[in-house]
Write a protein that binds this ligand. Sequence first.
Ligand SMILES: [Zn+2]
Length: 312
Amino acid sequence: MFAAVNRRYERYDNAMIIELAPGIKFVRAQSAGFPYCHSILIDSEIRAVIDTGAGDKAFAPVEPERVDLVINTHYHRDHTAGNHLFPKARVLVHPLEYPPLVDEEARRYYAGLHRIDRISEINPMVIKRTRSDKIIPPRIFKVDGFLTDGDTIDFGHIQATVLHLPGHTPGHIGFYFEREGIVCGADIDLIPSGPWYGDYLSNLDDFEASIHRIIELKPRIYCCAHRKPLRDNIQEKLLQYLNTIGDTEDKVAEHLSHPLSLDELVGRNIIYKKYDYPYNAFWERNMIEKHLERMVKKERVVQVNETRYQLA
Ligand SMILES: [Zn+2]
């Protein structure tokens, strides 16, 4: 995800590798938050890495030149930044994540950056600077094949089923290691501030359905991209995480006792406590926009004129 600096991440001092089950290893990111993410190493007959954002130091003990397969759970840079560290690996993604990986225009469209200049003119809170482009310049990635929902990957003595878990992005995927009771849910990341759906193509209903799907699998161990692996109260934590979406919707509603436009709602810190990162207001706008659309559909909110909304 394009994680924001004021989201609450766990902080770590050292990179390290934790074995979750024989051959399934958690590669802890060398630093918390964007542009890093935790990765998974499958150390089987086929050696595979799921997401490459842990950082080159974290991957050094993995012996990257011996990795056969890289799987990106989605196109976001904190999950793909280290693809180049694995020179011999084939790269697999969901087909819906292919366009933003191979085409910069598509990446901007998925993120909603194609609208940023127009929105910046309407709302000066939405800043034009693209700081993360300076952290990791736009890059075109190599993709060798696709994974879709229900595919089984046979790594040798380890098998995993692909879970299409859309919402965060359209082709966001996770993995179910049924024998070991492990689910990897990538950016269904259980961070306390809740799900992130700040891309233009993020989808609230899909995100909620994807969280429910993981809850129903009743994982024994749950791995995600920005927290340490969880072993206790997983279903409860997933439900709490899911409920933050409804809490945000309630906060939006509280502001709409009198008519406000989407741009007037941005800047009221409904989602981000601070707008200290150039993209925060932009993402907040994208996220509130999705809530407004859904609240209109549910008839919780009505559109009172061309730009303003109010509680029904
Ligand atoms: Zn992401």
